[in-house]
Design a protein around this ligand. Sequence first.
Ligand code: GLU
Length: 503
Amino acid sequence: MTNPGPAPVAVRHLAIPPMDATMRTRFAPAPSGELHVGNVRTALFSWALARRHGGTFLLRVEDTDRSRVTDEAYAAALEILQWIGIDWDEGPGIGGPHAPYRQSERLAIYAEAADRLRVAGAAYPCYCTAAELAERREQARAANRPPGYDGRCRRLTADERAAFEAEGRTSVLRFWMPDGTTTWNDLVRGEITIDHANVPDFAITRSDGHPLYLLAAAVDDIAMGLTHIVRGEDLVTATPRQLALYAALGHPQDHWPAFAHLPLIIGADKAPLSKRHGEVSLAWYRSQGFLPEALANYLALLGWSPGGDREFFGEDVLLAEFDVRRVSSNPARFDIKKLEALNGDWIRSLTVEDLSSRIAPVLNDAGFTDVDLAMLLAAAPLIQIRMNRLTEAPELLHFLFIDDGAFAIEEAAATKGLGEGSEAVLRAASERLHALAEWTVELIEPAVWGIGELLGLNRKRTATPLRVAITGRMVSPPLFESMELLGRERTLRRIDRAAGIGG
Ligand code: GLU
């Protein structure tokens, strides 16, 4: 008996499950490389949605495609989520009632589902080769027909299958998409209707039986009892397919999750954010001195805001006020300048102790392995006001933490700042500063300006040679505070050296 195929449908999935403590949301990355800002924005919104309502947030790792997902990428994904402050109630490292949460460890579950679909006639083995599919796609295009799968293998007889197999062909399992339409009430985009004329039959397993994304995600979203699925707009077209899978797998419609498809993130040229726009991996931003608080703050602004003109806000505001229904469906522009400004605001919001503890490892990475913590605590306020990234600290504090033996003046700074007239300033400074009763900003500052007056130089021409002699740079933290911190002895040694005093 040939399979009549599924009856036509007019799916209307409009109900939204309650937004309360029964909510279950998830982040389901397929980490083939480092998580990028778009992935993490999705994670953040899904997490915030569950947290806001006291629900449950799951992490599920979609790593069925072993050729793409490495153990290293898997571990890195978990680590970077933790770094930005996203925690999960069920998932890797924690477990939960639906463990395991790593799809590569759930293969038997998908195999059983695939088999069920095959036996029920909802899916069929398809023997078409990649080359045949490509050729027919071309033909369809040339004839102005839809280029998707044409249903060729839908009704093969047992003999035809046996013949294909005798030829040595392998088969994938292909889901038979019913004719009709699917409508759902998207939490971000409102009502969406997709005509199945645009949704061809799709493969749910590879020829070796390995499950593909559409199947594995649908099976797990059912099994794990998800109520609200937050994901990127690129997956809008997966939704009618996955709802059709829910139906074919017997998942009652009143248990189907609601969907929220987040807007695209674009670059300055309005194209979807990609490597072309510069670095997009979250780990890169970490390595460049961005704070997790600032990234979470900025990513939250990509499609949402807490209202009013609040742009600087922390996790507390996000978790108390996040409303997925207020996420905009318009593309959100990623602007590193804005992120950087926000990062600066976050840096300025930290206590000196907190800032110092975050700068210490950055100094360490830059080669300052033996940083005096008291000195760092004293220096941090000087740079806090002028720094937008933690990675600016080594350059700004280099004069303080470098071994005196290794201290050198940058060539460009020497050329620019130690020109004509500078030796007179340095010699006069050496003399006057030696004689100071106490080594404090209050005494250093008037002494230095007094030299300018004596020599008839403006403040810039007075300060620049000293700045270059002492910090080795044209740009530094405030000069007098820097001198005080560096101490009389080290300061004078550098001034004398630059002036050529004492060899
Ligand atoms: N694993 C998919 C991805 O990383 C997301 C699946 C989903 O959210 O349904 O693109």
